[in-house]
Design a protein around this ligand. Structure first.
Ligand code: UT7
Length: 325
């Protein structure tokens, strides 16, 4: 009998502080940084984002999302035998945020590690977890995307600081006789490092370089629309499916224009696209599991639906997962 990996529960966490575009305008004005609700909505679709309070870390958001996912799956934390956290904003340089999360969930012993593929992180993490479950190495995994991008933002740079937010999303992924994940597809091209990066590092007790987010938005936009169509078609071909089999497209939530352009290219109606970028902004590796959990809890995504998850981001990295929910 074929062994598959299947999502049995989803959960998410948004920090309570919600900032509208008007709040951002007011926050940036004293710095002499001009922006407007009209510009942000028209160019990105973003209306609000959530920022954490001081003292809150990626593992805290992850723990909350995981507890909700475990509850939805009807599983106890003690049953978990693998934790993978996708994050570019870890609590510490080391150990991994997954190790800190494991302890916060009150468990020990199972393998845990972080995956760093920026906004494609959740797609990478799900792909790795799928492989480990299908190979028999794990049976019940927590796969998490958790990010605190507000701490990487340069609030003097209007081209980036209005785009990102904080949050976490998690799924319980279990071994199953029925699919499950149907196919996965992940890629990277490191020559594009410079178009989306945080070019700083820790050395000799100091931060060297610039530890704030830099993005060439137009370059990222152009690459994103191309690779998202390619990976969608590749993963469909791997699974022997067509776009007509897709019930919901759940893309990385960076820009509504990129998401709708992907849908158009795949000839998918707009109402099959799960959109949360308006309320969450771009939460990097957290955006896909956050969007999935919101769609599940709103009753949009139902058991048996076929979902196309797609991510793209710094690295440059991109990829997709096709699954039966
Ligand atoms: O998560 C990883 C993936 N990331 C992405 O997918 C992001 C991809 N890129 C994008 O989403 C878009 O490129 C942006 C939203 C970042 C920018 O949109 P755009 O339509 O490419 O705008 P632009 O960079 O061409 O800028 C147009 C104008 C510029 O003014 P001038 O030079 O035409 O006078 C900018 O200075 O908009 C100006 N501008 C702003 N104005 C008001 C840039 N940011 C702002 C702002 N408020 N926040």
């Amino acid at each position: 009998m074929t062994r598959y990996a299947r999502i049995t529960g989803t959960g998410s966490c948004l920090p309570p502080q919600r900032l509208t575009n008007a709040d951002m305008v007011a926050m940036l004005a004293p710095r002499g940084v001009e922006t407007s609700d009209e510009w942000i909505v028209e160019r990105t679709g973003i209306r609000a984002r959530h920022f954490v309070a001081d003292g809150v870390y990626a593992s805290d958001l992850a723990a909350d999302a995981c507890r909700k996912a475990l509850e939805a799956a009807g599983a106890a934390a003690s049953e978990i035998d693998l934790i993978i956290v996708a994050t570019s904003t870890p609590d510490m340089v080391f150990p991994s945020t997954a190790a800190i999360l494991q302890h916060k969930l009150g468990i020990a012993g199972c393998p845990v590690f972080d995956v760093q593929a920026v906004c494609s992180g959740f797609i990478y993490a799900l792909t790795v977890a799928d492989s480990l479950i299908r190979s028999g190495t794990a049976s019940k995994a927590l796969v998490v995307g958790s990010e605190i991008f507000s701490r990487l933002l340069d609030f003097n740079d209007r081209t980036t600081c209005v785009l990102f937010g904080d949050g976490a999303g998690a799924v319980v992924l279990e071994a199953s006789d029925t699919p499950g994940i149907l196919a996965t597809d992940i890629h990277a091209d490191g020559k594009h490092t410079g178009i989306l990066c945080v070019p700083g590092h820790v050395s000799g007790g100091q931060i060297l370089g610039d530890p704030l987010l830099k993005m060439d938005g137009q370059a990222v936009f152009k690459l994103a629309v191309g690779v998202l169509e390619d990976t969608a078609r590749t993963v469909l071909a791997k699974a022997g499916k067509t776009t007509e089999d897709i019930d919901w497209l759940i893309p990385h939530q960076a820009n509504i224009r990129i998401m709708l352009s992907t849908a158009r290219k795949l000839k998918l109606p707009q109402d099959k696209v799960v959109v949360t970028v308006d309320e969450h902004g771009n939460t990097s590796a957290a955006s896909i599991p956050l969007a999935l959990d919101h769609a599940v809890r709103q009753g949009k995504v139902k058991r048996g639906d076929t979902l196309m998850l797609e991510g793209v981001g710094g690295g440059f990295t991109w990829g997709s997962v096709l699954l039966d929910f």
